[in-house]
Design a protein around this ligand. Structure first.
Ligand SMILES: C[S@@+](CC[C@H](N)C(=O)[O-])C[C@H]1O[C@@H](n2cnc3c(N)ncnc32)[C@H](O)[C@@H]1O
Length: 334
């Protein structure tokens, strides 16, 4: 249940619950618990029946001794495990959208298109329990699959999915003047802006996600034409770090030959780590010398000295680059 307020989550796993089976940060799977069923993965065979009554977050061991963790679903985890029927929004953009649209419990949101429901799931948690998300996609099968996912996640009371061509028909009249925030992830978002004006209450907020700057330009022109204010465009980039303990071999600096000691360069020289690590070098160097103390006297020519267990932060290689631009604006109905 993704929409329960914090602190009201059930502790123990029950029959029929959705759990996120966590193997590693890049290997997770959503599983509905059904006693009688088994999960097979590279860590072994796991009986669902053994999970019932255990707390969310627990570690469970399979028949052959391998283990996985069973996590409670959250919108962030759902974005990691959902089946991609379209391009989806990720957590960097999602968190920025929720924050800049100032979403909170009780808000009414209109969204199009629904796509794979990655954003919708987070929108729903933000407005729950008293708000609502009306989400529209013109692709019937995608809308159906998203609806099934919302039911599976216990969000069906908070999200309504409809099949509708929002660029052609606009948002339905039933929403006129009722919506706190509109979100558009459409190929031609400017076509939906006139109806967004009708749907939004005065001072309501709009956000449009577009991968190309030409789409942003056309959207901004239309937003101006329809008297939106505070029009701002952002690009959100996220860099994730892996923190781990490294053994560092120390070498005398070749560049300066000034008698100081530095961790070997190869650890830092491969892109994309190079820029970051050159910035870190000073810190690593001072920690290294602190750790080694008198052993690493600058006159010591022993090149095999090592600093044990130095904690390192390295950016993950699969860091995402450009996804798109987020354009925000406020409606003003004078
Ligand atoms: C990139 S996906 C949206 C992904 C979504 N934001 C997510 O995080 O999962 C764009 C969706 O817009 C839908 N779409 C495209 N044109 C549309 C239109 N005119 N009216 C409604 N939906 C449309 C597509 O079917 C597609 O599912």
């Amino acid at each position: 249940m993704l929409a329960r307020p914090a602190g009201q989550r059930r502790e123990a796993i029950e029959e029929g619950d959705l759990v996120i089976v966590y193997e590693s940060h890049d290997r997770m799977k959503a599983v509905t618990v059904q006693s009688g069923q088994e999960l097979n993965n590279r860590y072994g065979v796991f009986r669902h029946a053994d999970w019932i009554g255990k707390p969310f977050g627990c570690k469970v061991t399979g028949k052959s001794g391998g283990f996985v963790h069973l996590l409670a679903p959250s919108p962030e985890l759902w974005t990691c495990v959902l089946s991609h029927r379209t391009q989806i929004l990720y957590i960097a953009d999602i968190s920025f959208i929720i924050s800049y649209l100032e979403l909170r419990p009780g808000c009414i949101v209109a969204e199009s298109g629904t796509g794979s429901g990655s954003l919708t799931t987070s929108l729903a948690r933000s407005v729950a329990p008293s708000g609502h998300v009306f989400t529209f996609d013109f692709h019937g099968q995608r809308a159906d699959s998203a609806r099934q996912d919302f039911i599976k996640n216990g969000l069906d009371g908070i999200v309504t999915v409809e099949v509708r061509d929002i660029q052609g028909l606009g948002f339905p009249d039933k929403l006129n003047g009722k919506v706190d925030a509109v979100f558009l992830d459409l190929p031609q978002p400017w076509l939906a802006i006139p109806s967004a004006v009708n749907a939004l209450r005065s001072n309501g907020a709009l956000c449009s996600f577009s991968p190309c700057i030409e789409q942003v330009q056309r959207s901004c022109e239309t937003l101006q034409k329809y008297k939106f204010t505070e029009i701002r465009t952002f690009e959100v980039l996220m860099r994730r770090y892996e923190v781990r303990e490294e053994l560092l071999k120390l070498l005398q600096s070749e560049e300066t030959n000034n008698g100081t000691w530095e961790p070997i360069k190869e650890l830092f020289s491969s892109p994309p780590h190079k820029k970051l690590c050159s910035g870190m070098m000073k810190d690593v160097h001072s920690v290294a010398n602190e750790c080694t103390g008198s052993v690493l006297d600058t006159r010591d020519k022993d090149m095999s000295s090592r600093v044990p267990g130095l904690l390192m932060a390295k950016p993950l290689l699969e860091t995402r680059g450009h996804t798109g631009y987020l354009t925000f604006a406020l409606s003003y109905i004078g």
